[in-house]
Every structure is written in structure tokens, then in C-alpha cells.
Design a protein around this ligand. Structure first.
Ligand SMILES: C[S@@+](CC[C@H](N)C(=O)[O-])C[C@H]1O[C@@H](n2cnc3c(N)ncnc32)[C@H](O)[C@@H]1O
Length: 339
């Protein structure tokens, strides 16, 4: 499955898709430090604004377009975020992203965003996607339900040729499992600002605004700041993932990322839908051959000994009316590999 990744960041989503066997053709990201990380991790980074890239050569060649459009417009820190997001044209990346989807015409499009964008997505994005794709799913997934040691709820929109089944919840992992601190729940959401740490006043920690608050609770305030590596572990990046840039740039890349394990769960759901459809498509000729054989045998049997009270002419008429139609359908499946 050939992937075009837009707003690729440091490659959290890219890594998840890569783990599921998807192959990236281009990862577009304008931030130089994040693009450097992508290159160091071996992804085909295109360091540019997604609006300035020429996609003509990719049109019709992409299986999966993954996009995490900028979401500051809806970020939960933003008051009245739901209403304001759509009005914040300059920071709303959805319209540009949908223009690129129209140009590239991928087989599947997967979008990731903050949960506050949900109403906008359902009212504005999904109707537009229905013009381009047969099936659209909108999921809110909490990373903590899918093997990520962090509570991080994100909106996913999956558009493609077949329905996709939402992933069943999997193993839960705690902050202790991931980085060995005494906090036995998934950490609160890892933010881009973890490098700033938290105030020393314990009344703050009760609010659990970010992962550093949980660390402060776990250590009784002895340490109030997670390292970049600890944040990366809570996001399920592998040890030694080559984040590039200054320390604050690395915190930002980690905090912005889709947890690779969560991206892999979404990618697996799409791959299962695709594999399921392929299996059916590949099995159709064989199924057609079996149906033809069974029908031929049934017709021969009925002709040889017609049921009591039914004349041979009636049997022939029945065969002509029904069985031959079924047989034609089976033959069609044989030849075309499709019903
Ligand atoms: C939420 S992060 C994406 C995270 C990424 N999908 C991952 O899994 O690591 C959004 C990214 O979009 C990038 N970005 C924002 N506007 C952009 C634009 N116009 N063109 C290219 N990249 C952009 C930001 O630099 C940021 O890295």
C-alpha cells in the first residue's frame, strides 16, 4: 500500500503505518527540525508547505493518503474551540487537505485530528468526502484503549471503497509500565510543552493537564519535568528514535505526534478491510466454478427424474427461467472475478 503522508511531523503516524507494512512515497512537513527527524528515520521527507507541493505525478497512484491537518484552531486550550475552529480560516487545514485529496484521488484517505473538530468534520468534511468515497467512518479513539500508556483521544476519519470495522479495545498500559514511575494509570496527554515542567504547588497536579503533572504526583514533586525520551516512550516511539533539532523542538515533535501504536491500529483496520475484499475477489472465480458445477448436476438430476406430477416441459421452462440465469451469473463471476 503506497502512502502519501501530509503534515507528517516527526513521523509518529508514518511509523505506525510502516509497522503494518505500508510503504511511504512522500511525507510532507514544513518544519525543518521535524523534516530532519523524518529523514534520519528513513522516511522520504518532502520539506515544504503542503500547499506548495506539485501532486500531479502522484495522481491515481496512492493507496492511502494520511493527513493530520493543523488543529490549533480546535485545540482544547482554545476557548469556544468548536465554534471558532471553522471560522479560523488561516489555521484550519481541512479545506487545503480536501483540495489535495481531490487532486491525488487516493484509494483510501485517513485523517487524524483533535476531538473538538468533530462537529465541523461531521457537518462539513464528511458530506464532501461522500462525493469521493463509498464509505466513511468517523471514530473517536482513546490511545489508552489501544496499548498506548497515555490517555489521548483523537478523531479519525477513514474514507475508502469498503466499510472498515473499528478496532476492539486492547491491552492497557500504565505510566509505570512505560517509564517506571509510580503512576499506575496511563499518563495524561503528552503535550508539546512538557519541557517546561509543572509548578511546584501540588494543588496544580490534581488538574492533570499534562503528563508532567502525573510525574509530579508519582515523585511527590521531586522531579517535575519529563525528559524527551520519557515523553517519546509514553507516545510509543521506539528507544533511540532519531528526533532532530534543539531540545524544545524535540519536545514539540513528540507532543504533536500521533502515537505510532495508535496509528498502527487504524492502519491495521484499513488493511483488514482491503485484505478481506481481496480475498473475496480472489475467491470469486473458484466460487463461480463450484456454483456452475453444482447447478449443472442439479439440472441433470431433475431432468433425469422430474418431481412427481411435473412434466418434462415444465422442468425445462423452470430451468430456462431460473437456473440458467444463476448459471450465467456464476459464469460471469468466473470470467470477471466480480459479482
Ligand atoms: C499534529 S502535527 C502532525 C503529527 C504527525 N502526523 C505525526 O504523527 O507525528 C501537525 C504537523 O503539521 C505541520 N504543518 C502545519 N502546517 C503545515 C503546512 N501548511 N505544510 C506542511 N506542514 C505543516 C506542523 O509543522 C506539524 O508538524
Amino acid at each position: 500500500m503506497r502512502v502519501l503522508d501530509l503534515f507528517a511531523g516527526a513521523g509518529g503516524a508514518a511509523l505506525g503505518l510502516h509497522r503494518e507494512g505500508f510503504a511511504h512515497v512522500a511525507c510532507v512537513e514544513r518544519d525543518p527540525s521535524a523534516a530532519a527527524t523524518l529523514r534520519a528515520a528513513g522516511f522520504p521527507a518532502v520539506e515544504a508547505d503542503v500547499r506548495d507541493v506539485d501532486y500531479a505525478a502522484l495522481a491515481g497512484t496512492i493507496d492511502v493518503l494520511w493527513a493530520s491537518p493543523p488543529c490549533q484552531a480546535w485545540s482544547s486550550a482554545n476557548q469556544h474551540a468548536e465554534r471558532k475552529g471553522a471560522e479560523d480560516v488561516a489555521r484550519n487545514g481541512w479545506p487545503w487537505t480536501l483540495r489535495i485529496v481531490r487532486l491525488v484521488r487516493p484509494r483510501w484517505a485517513i485523517f487524524e485530528n483533535v476531538r473538538n473538530a468533530r462537529r465541523y468534520v461531521e457537518h462539513t468534511v464528511v458530506p464532501e468526502l461522500h462525493e469521493l468515497f463509498a464509505h466513511i467512518s468517523v471514530w473517536l479513539l482513546n490511545a489508552a484503549d489501544h496499548g498506548v500508556p497515555q490517555s489521548r483521544t483523537r478523531l479519525f476519519v477513514i474514507a475508502g471503497p469498503f466499510p472498515v470495522f473499528p478496532p476492539a479495545p486492547g491491552t492497557r498500559r500504565s505510566m509505570r509500565d512505560a517509564i517506571g514511575v509510580a503512576y499506575d494509570k496511563p499518563s495524561p496527554c503528552v503535550m508539546t510543552t512538557e519541557g517546561k515542567g509543572r509548578p511546584t504547588d501540588p494543588s496544580w497536579w490534581k488538574k492533570l493537564n499534562n503528563a508532567s503533572d502525573a510525574l509530579a504526583i508519582a515523585t511527590g514533586g521531586a522531579r517535575l519535568k519529563l525528559t524527551v525520551d520519557e515523553c517519546a516512550a509514553l507516545q510509543t516511539f521506539p528507544v533511540g528514535y532519531p528526533f532532530a533539532g534543539r531540545v524544545e523542538e524535540r519536545y514539540r515533535q513528540v507532543g504533536n505526534a500521533v502515537p505510532p501504536t495508535l496509528a498502527a491500529v487504524v492502519a491495521r483496520a484499513v488493511r483488514l478491510a482491503e485484505d478481506g475484499a481481496n480475498t473475496i475477489r480472489e475467491g470469486l472465480p473458484a466460487l463461480g466454478a463450484v456454483v456452475e458445477l453444482v447447478l449443472a448436476r442439479a439440472v441433470a438430476l431433475v431432468r433425469a427424474s422430474p418431481p412427481f406430477g411435473v412434466g418434462a416441459a415444465e422442468v425445462d421452462a423452470f430451468v430456462a427461467r431460473n437456473v440458467d440465469r444463476l448459471r450465467a451469473l456464476a459464469r460471469h463471476a468466473n470470467q470477471r472475478g466480480t459479482w
